[in-house]
Design a protein around this ligand. Structure first.
Ligand code: SAM
Length: 237
């Protein structure tokens, strides 16, 4: 799986991928991430990536030309991407389903904005889609890009050692994960549920499924509703 990230802060991407499970995936070459400094695609002496907004108003807007040139270079050096994602709070919400979809693609480019955002023509001329990490605004697209790379890479075979762990994650089956415990069996008066100490695998499985459903109903009833709707649709077809 190949990612190219276009940013004015390539070191943020490199640092964010230096450790952990995804970092090891990068090290092993299962995930190939390249961060491109947007300033290398400028043509003026000052390496300008932003300018004042037409019509006035606060802040600066990122220029269209460096993004267009960055994509030309990525195409020439790394091949034509399957998706060019503009990270923006105005995009479609990125969730586990979106992560699953992107993990099925071979090559994804992520465009990171800063300041007031990016010239609207980048949406029209460069991006093939627009994704948001949630209904809030962060200062730049680098954290969203790292988040997308992490969630997508977890689904690429070989990145997470134990495949079962990804399949049991929250949202993978449309519900939340079950509660986890490790030693000691008792801590400050709180005991690990007896069933987990019983060694009875079928009972453990039953308990985990029941707990996952119970906490989903309690915390995210919308997910249970979605699951019911999907199941009803599937039985109709
Ligand atoms: N003025 C813009 C707006 O309200 O739509 C927000 C600009 S934000 C300060 C700068 C950059 O951070 C954006 O261009 C985008 O790349 C990134 N960003 C901020 N919030 C985001 C979110 N929720 N999802 C994805 N990217 C986000």
């Amino acid at each position: 799986m190949k990612f190219d990230v276009v940013t004015i802060f390539p070191r943020m991407i490199e640092a964010g991928l230096a450790e952990g499970v995804v970092g090891r995936g990068v090290e092993k070459g299962i995930v190939d991430v390249r961060a491109h400094d947007l300033r290398t695609f400028t043509t003026d002496r000052h390496r300008t990536v932003d300018d004042v907004p037409y019509g006035g108003g606060p802040g600066m807007v990122m220029k269209v030309e460096p993004f267009v040139r960055a994509l030309e270079t990525i195409r020439a050096e790394r091949g034509t991407p399957d998706a060019v994602v503009l990270l923006s709070p105005q995009g479609r919400l990125f969730d586990q389903g979106e992560a699953q979809r992107l993990s099925g693609l071979g090559h994804v480019v992520l465009l990171c904005g800063r300041y007031e955002g990016i010239d609207e023509r980048v949406r029209d001329l460069v991006a093939t889609e627009e994704l948001s990490i949630g209904d809030f605004v962060v200062s730049g697209g680098e954290t969203p890009a790292l988040l997308v790379i992490d969630a997508v890479s977890r689904m690429v075979p070989g990145v997470v050692g134990d495949r079962e762990s990804v399949e049991q994650d929250s949202f993978a089956q449309g519900i939340l994960d079950y509660p986890h415990y490790t030693r000691p069996a008792e801590f400050e008066g709180r005991r690990v549920p007896d069933v987990l100490l019983s060694g009875h695998h079928a009972e453990v499985r039953k308990w985990r499924t029941a707990e996952a459903l119970r906490r989903t109903q309690e915390r995210r009833p919308d997910l249970i509703e979605d699951r019911r709707r999907t199941e009803a649709k599937e039985t109709k077809q």
